[in-house]
Design a binder for this molecule. Structure first.
Ligand code: NAD
Length: 258
């Protein structure tokens, strides 16, 4: 088997949420570089336009579909625009996410809801929309959610993030079970620390540097360190995988309790 061909995404239509920076931007570029037409979703339109231009310059196909992932009307519009431009989305990457630091005793209801709406509810509803449209079009496909090793651990002040990411693992498994017979695979990637806008300040701080020292493979990741896991789950290479969680963390989870 030619490894190059096994991981290709030719003819696929990929919609990536949170494509304006970090991991989402990288997933979009990787999908496009491997043959998929990509639909770029986030709120920052100028960033998406710049990414579209970069992808097209490299020979790929891209569409900008600005949306807040918590807005269901904007969600339907993004899928409609994708369908009109390229056909049914058969690869969803539910990636958009935020982190807010507040201890539970200081938490407001709106603060809690903001993180859960973005990191959990949106993952569920965008995945549901993608699955419904694939089923209606009788098209097999793949859904990739982005959880985190934070779904398995807790740290001070990040309860809403931890709870949402743990729930994303369960949403992934529940949906995987329900749509498997329709030829739709649903898996999650649980990254460790990957340097992006969500954590750059913290990881660059003294505490962050100490944390880096405790990672068995010795470093934080770059978005490109997820290319392999992403292409495995997106492509035919992962054809018998569904409901799986792939941890990509430099071995950090091995240190829990160690
Ligand atoms: P990032 O801040 O660079 O990217 C997050 C993206 O989500 C941005 O494009 C942002 O605009 C978008 N987004 C946030 N809220 C949105 C909303 N309401 N509507 C539309 N778009 C919205 O951070 P990242 O590290 O690339 O994060 C991507 C995903 O990876 C997140 O779900 C994050 O929780 C997860 N993750 C990141 C790490 C890490 O170490 N970087 C580790 C584990 C999991």
């Amino acid at each position: 088997m030619d490894a190059g061909k096994l991981f290709r995404l030719d003819g696929r239509v990929a919609l990536i949420t949170g494509a304006s920076s970090g991991l989402g931007e990288r997933f979009a570029e990787t999908a496009a570089a491997n043959g998929a037409a990509v639909v770029l979703v986030a709120r920052r339109k100028e960033r998406l336009e710049a990414l579209k231009a970069k992808i097209e310059k490299a020979g790929g196909r891209a569409l900008v579909a600005p949306a807040d992932v918590t807005d269901r009307k904007a969600m339907v519009a993004a899928f409609d625009a994708a369908e009109k431009a390229f056909g049914t989305v058969d690869l969803l990457v539910a990636n958009a996410g935020i982190a807010r630091v507040t201890k539970i005793v200081d938490m407001t209801e709106s603060g809690w809801r903001e993180v859960l709406d973005t990191n959990l509810d949106a993952v569920l509803f965008w995945s549901r929309e993608a699955a419904k449209r694939m089923i209606a079009a009788r098209k097999p496909g793949a859904i990739i959610t982005i959880s985190s090793i934070a779904g398995f651990t807790v740290a001070y002040g990040l309860s809403s993030y931890h709870v949402a990411k743990a729930a994303v693992v369960q949403v992934t498994k529940a949906l995987a079970l329900e749509v498997a017979r329709k030829g739709i695979r649903v898996n999650t990637i649980a990254p460790g620390y990957i340097v992006t806008e969500i954590n750059r300040d913290y990881l660059g701080s003294k505490d962050g540097q100490a944390l880096q020292g405790s990672i068995p493979l010795g470093r934080f990741g770059a978005p490109s360190d997820l290319d392999g896991a992403f292409l495995l789950l997106a492509s035919d290479a992962g054809r018998l995988m569904t409901g799986s969680t792939i941890i990509v963390d430099g071995g950090l989870m091995l240190m829990v309790g160690g």
